[in-house]
Structure formats: structure tokens, C-alpha cells
Write a protein that binds this ligand. Structure first.
Ligand code: ZN
Length: 321
């Protein structure tokens, strides 16, 4: 879509939102309205708010954290986020960190496309990429990167410079997070530094998966990733976050494999409440959770007292100015 058309659509969406706030129940209208991104301060931007099926008009999972107008952190690179990354005006050269929560395609498939895009940037400095360790049939981060980039058998071995710094490409510094149920691991920065990012393994069926906490100054945003919400360690990890992004691909009452992989709306609300977060963002929406969306949001709100925002692609939410 051309940028001018997209801007017109966004203006229309905002006008509808104002009407909504004035005349309709707020639950139906909960939406981010902040400008994208703020020049001074910290902004969360949704790149992909959809799921793994190409039927929801949304990109798969992906998020940016902007700091003082620069795209510093990217969490997840699901299908479609490559396009949204460009639409957002993000720059590969500005990224300090990419976090891959897990190796389902809807969280990781656009990474090689972003790396190829980065080939055309003037980036020289290395890039830290964090992801989980292996558990069959899922690879760990190092194997995942090798399967794409390593000579001679990687699918995109022509980009192998990302592994060894040759060909004018910046080095990827992989940080593979081992599974340890009790501990969060710092994957970027220092505890007393301006920006620190930590990761924690979360329960997502048999899939090794990471939540990330990005702290900039006193503000923090927690990305829950796909998880079933059953591990109390995550509540501690998300404690007092400025914003918590949780994934809501399944409706209330889900059972079987869906429940082993994902948290239903009541569990999402309960986690946000226990963690005492300031704002809860509901993302990774699928047709089955978009159907009766207001109902699901009401269930979340019945369990959580704070502000709830339903994510849309390219929305921005300001953490601090
Ligand atoms: Zn998943």
C-alpha cells in the first residue's frame, strides 16, 4: 500500500476512534493512538499483530522499540514484518538487538529477508541476536542461523558474512539462551546501564520459547511471546512492567493442543493483574480470537484493572517522553 493511502487510512481510523470514545462502550474501542515514533523518548511499535494463517490481514508477530526516534530493538521477525519494518521507517543500521522468541515460522521467517535488506545498509558494527536453545524437532539459535547462513550448505550461504564478518557484512553475535526454569538471563546491556534486555524461557508446548524484557531507563516493555501462562516465574519476570504484550490467538474455553500452547483471555488478564503492569497489549490475534473479540477483551478486563489495548499493525504506544 502506498504511504499516502496508509496515512489516510490511519487518519480515518483515528477519527473513528474519537467517535468511539465519545459514543460507544470503551471496550470496543481500546486502541493505541500515540504518534509513531516520538522523537524524544521510548515508543513501542507493533509490526505484526496477526497469527500464522494468512487470513487476518495482519503480519505475523514482530515488534520494534524506538528510542529517541531510532529503531533500536526488534522482537520477532514473523512473516510480513519485513514489509512492516520498511513501512514503519525503521533502519537496519540502527538496530542494537534482535530477539527471536522461538522458531515457529510466524515468529522468525522474515529474518533472512531483513538480513538481505541490511546488506544494502552502511552498517559496520556487529548485531546481537538472541534466541532459545534446541529441543527436537526445533533447532537452537546457532543451528537456525547456520542452516541459513553457513557455508557450504546454508540456504542463503551467499550471506555467510553475517557469521564471520566477511564481504563487508556486520557480524551477528548469537546469544543462545539455555533453558533454566528459574532464572532470567541478561542478553543485552547491563543492570545499571541505560538499556538492558533480559530473557526467560516460557512454556509453549514442546517448543523452546523466550519472553523478553526490554528496559530503557525506568521504563520497560515485556514481550510474553507464545506461552500457555502456566509458569509463575513469568509473573515475576513481568512484574511492574510499563507495558506487557501478550498473545491472544485462542478464545476462552480452548482445550487440547491449543491450551498447551497458548493462554486463554482469563489467564492473560490474571497474569497482567498479578504482575501489576501499567498497560496490557493484546496481540498475535487469529481469526478464532478476532471472532467475538469484544467478548474476549471483556474477559481480560474482568481479570485485570489496568489499561487494555488491542494491537493493530503499525500502532505505536509511548512508554515515556
Ligand atoms: Zn508459537
Amino acid at each position: 500500500m502506498r504511504a499516502s493511502v496508509r496515512q489516510q487510512i490511519r487518519r480515518l481510523q483515528r477519527a473513528i476512534l474519537l467517535l468511539c470514545i465519545a459514543f460507544v462502550a470503551p471496550v470496543a474501542c481500546a486502541k493505541a493512538v500515540d504518534s509513531c515514533p516520538v522523537e524524544k523518548g521510548v515508543t513501542l511499535q507493533i509490526l505484526g499483530s496477526g497469527g500464522p494463517i494468512a487470513d487476518d490481514g495482519r503480519a505475523s508477530a514482530g515488534y520494534l522499540v524506538w528510542v529517541d526516534g531510532e529503531s533500536k530493538v526488534m522482537i520477532d521477525t514473523g512473516g510480513g514484518t519485513f514489509l512492516r519494518f520498511g513501512e514503519a521507517g525503521a533502519k537496519f543500521a540502527s538496530l542494537d538487538f534482535i530477539g527471536l522468541s522461538h522458531f515457529h515460522t510466524d515468529h522468525s521467517a522474515d529474518l533472512p529477508a531483513l538480513l538481505k535488506s541490511g546488506y544494502f545498509s552502511d552498517r559496520q558494527r556487529s548485531l546481537i541476536v538472541a534466541g532459545p536453545d534446541a529441543s527436537a524437532p526445533f533447532p537452537g539459535l546457532a543451528t537456525y542461523l547456520d542452516s541459513m547462513l553457513a557455508k557450504p550448505n546454508g540456504a542463503y550461504a551467499y550471506l555467510s558474512g553475517y557469521l564471520d564478518g566477511t564481504g563487508g557484512l556486520p557480524n551477528i553475535e548469537p546469544f543462545e539462551v539455555e533453558k533454566d526454569k528459574s532464572a532470567a538471563v541478561t542478553v543485552f546491556g547491563e543492570e545499571d546501564g541505560e538499556m538492558q534486555i533480559s530473557a526467560l524461557h516460557v512454556p509453549h508446548g514442546i517448543v523452546p520459547a523466550l519472553a523478553f524484557r526490554v528496559r530503557i531507563g525506568a521504563a520497560s516493555v515485556v514481550f510474553a511471546s507464545d506461552q500457555n501462562g502456566d509458569d509463575p516465574a513469568f509473573v515475576e519476570f513481568a512484574k511492574n512492567a510499563t507495558i506487557l504484550v501478550m498473545h491472544m490467538p485462542v478464545p476462552e474455553g480452548v482445550s487440547g493442543a491449543g491450551r498447551k500452547l497458548h493462554a486463554p483471555p482469563s489467564v492473560i488478564g490474571s497474569i497482567a493483574q498479578q504482575a501489576g503492569v501499567g498497560t496490557l497489549v493484546l496481540s498475535h490475534l487469529m481469526a478464532r480470537s478476532l471472532k467475538n473479540l469484544d467478548n474476549h477483551v471483556e474477559i481480560v478486563k474482568a481479570n485485570y484493572d489496568g489499561r487494555v489495548i488491542v494491537a493493530n499493525d503499525l500502532d505505536c504506544i509511548t512508554l515515556k517522553k
